[in-house]
Design a protein around this ligand. Structure first.
Ligand SMILES: [Cu+2]
Length: 182
């Protein structure tokens, strides 16, 4: 008989409540934007485990279209933000890996069993819920191996911003770079 464990319940609650709070669209980091014919495109290649650039020059207030190509065998992230927030985001990513909704190569599903209340020793004893990773932060995108994704971002007028991959171990391996706003 499969029963839901407290650990699974905690991680399910964590996923459903933790991520919306992380949305970053303030003046500090900039915001998601629409591409226009004049939008400048910057190509960034991702590999295991690095970006093709260590520094990316952007003008204050500029809107940039990023084309992100993952040539590695692992999934990578392009996360625009302040260093402190990106460090926090690493904890959330680690939790998604722990519950199995993110794997080193992509998104997955995990099944959580819920108790069925008020039915005594009914068979089946519970009902399954399929849980998918929720990674919908406006300031970040996941790029699966062998794929290319686009991301259009309007930068703030000033500030200190980084681009980083917050998948477990990647940031520590040096998968982080600086935006030079000038
Ligand atoms: Cu990475």
């Amino acid at each position: 008989m499969k029963r839901i464990t407290p650990n699974l319940l905690i991680s399910a609650l964590f996923i459903s409540t933790a991520f919306p709070a992380l949305a970053e669209t303030s003046d500090d980091v900039g915001q998601l934007a629409q591409s226009t014919p004049t939008t400048r495109t910057i190509f960034v290649k991702m590999d295991d485990i690095s970006y093709s650039q260590k520094t990316i020059d952007v003008q204050p207030g500029e809107t940039v279209r990023f084309v992100l190509k993952n040539e590695g065998a692992l999934m990578h992230e392009f996360n625009i933000g302040q260093a402190a927030t990106q460090l926090e985001h690493q904890l959330e990513m680690a939790a998604l890996f722990k519950d199995g909704t993110l794997t080193p190569t992509g998104m997955a599903e995990s099944i959580v069993w819920h108790e069925r209340y008020g039915t005594g020793e009914a068979n089946p004893p519970g009902y399954p819920e399929v849980i998918k990773a929720k990674h919908d932060d406006p300031n970040a995108i996941l790029v699966e191996p062998g794929t290319t994704k686009e991301f259009v971002w309007t930068f703030p007028k000033a500030g200190s911003l980084s681009f980083a991959c917050t998948l477990p171990g990647h940031y520590q391996a040096g998968m982080v770079g600086e935006f030079a706003l000038r």
